[in-house]
Design a protein around this ligand. Structure first.
Ligand code: CNA
Length: 250
């Protein structure tokens, strides 16, 4: 019998010993956090200049744009709980199948779901740093609460040491991603990569599936087409929640 779609995906999961998942904003849309390029994504909003919102050069000269608009997203991040997509990956880790999540997301939901080996290519909000003197404020520092409050109130948080602008430890366009070497090492060990909710258009995610070793398989779960669809063993242009529901692992 020739397996296809969900059945083939289940078969690949059962036969794999080293699964790596590459996730993007689409895994969090059902938690109420908009993506960039989906039909209701940030790029479709006319009230936000989204192309400049995460641009490092723009941020350095005009940080108020980011701090004026980001409060809205930060509130969504605070309230969000992991989706069934996140819980599915936690289950695969518990089963000993999933070894690493490589995510472009900055919402912290994989950690909230309980996964332990997560590479956050675009950083996170666990730390702020001063763009002038590099002074770091970690989440257990009392100063962190003051910064978070300033951000909620759409004010620009300033460094207590030099008065410079504080920036969250998230990667903006024009900055280096984090832990790329580590991500590549993991991909080269994988026998199965499952991408979930990523358009696979933002560098370096747009190149990562091409580092899979010969013989390993690629699975793409994404509502819209991606540049890697023709190279994948299974492509599911469906809602992640529906796919994981059909897999019946959680
Ligand atoms: P993207 O380019 O916006 O692509 C998201 C993809 O997910 C789109 O192709 C959608 O079709 C698809 N999608 C959306 N919802 C679902 C769903 N329920 N089921 C299946 N597919 C779905 O986002 P990428 O992650 O590929 O691009 C990387 C950017 C987005 C990074 O810089 C992130 O930091 C940034 N981002 C992150 C978040 C977050 O942390 N949650 C939110 C918004 C943007």
């Amino acid at each position: 019998m020739i397996l296809q779609g969900i059945d083939l995906l289940m078969d690949l999961i059962m036969k794999s010993k080293y699964i790596v998942s590459l996730t993007g904003a689409g895994i969090s849309t059902s938690a109420g956090i908009p993506d960039f390029r989906g039909p209701n994504g940030l790029y479709s909003r006319t009230d936000i200049p989204s192309d400049r919102l995460f641009d490092i050069d723009y941020f350095k000269s005009n940080p108020s744009l980011f701090y004026n608009h980001f409060a809205e997203l930060a509130e969504l991040f605070d309230k969000a709980v992991p989706t069934n997509g996140h819980l599915f990956l936690k289950k695969l880790e518990t089963l000993g199948k999933l070894k690493t999540i490589i995510t472009q997301n900055i919402d912290g939901l994989h950690k909230k779901a309980g996964n332990s080996n997560i590479i956050e290519l675009h950083g996170n909000f666990e730390k702020y740093y001063c763009i002038e003197c590099n002074n770091e404020v970690l989440s257990d520092d009392p100063q962190y609460k003051i910064i978070a409050k300033a951000m909620k109130n759409k004010r620009i948080p300033k460094c207590r040491k030099c008065g410079g602008i504080m920036k969250p430890n998230v990667v903006f366009f024009g900055e280096y991603v984090r832990d790329l070497e580590k991500a590549l090492t993991e991909i080269q060990k994988a026998d199965l990569m499952i991408t979930m909710g990523t358009s696979l258009t933002v560098y370096p995610a747009s190149t990562l599936p091409s580092y899979l070793p010969d013989g390993s398989k690629l699975v793409i779960i994404n509502e819209m087409e991606t540049p890697f669809d023709s190279k994948a063993k299974v492509v599911l242009h469906e809602d992640i929640e529906k796919v994981v529901d059909k897999l019946k692992l959680i």
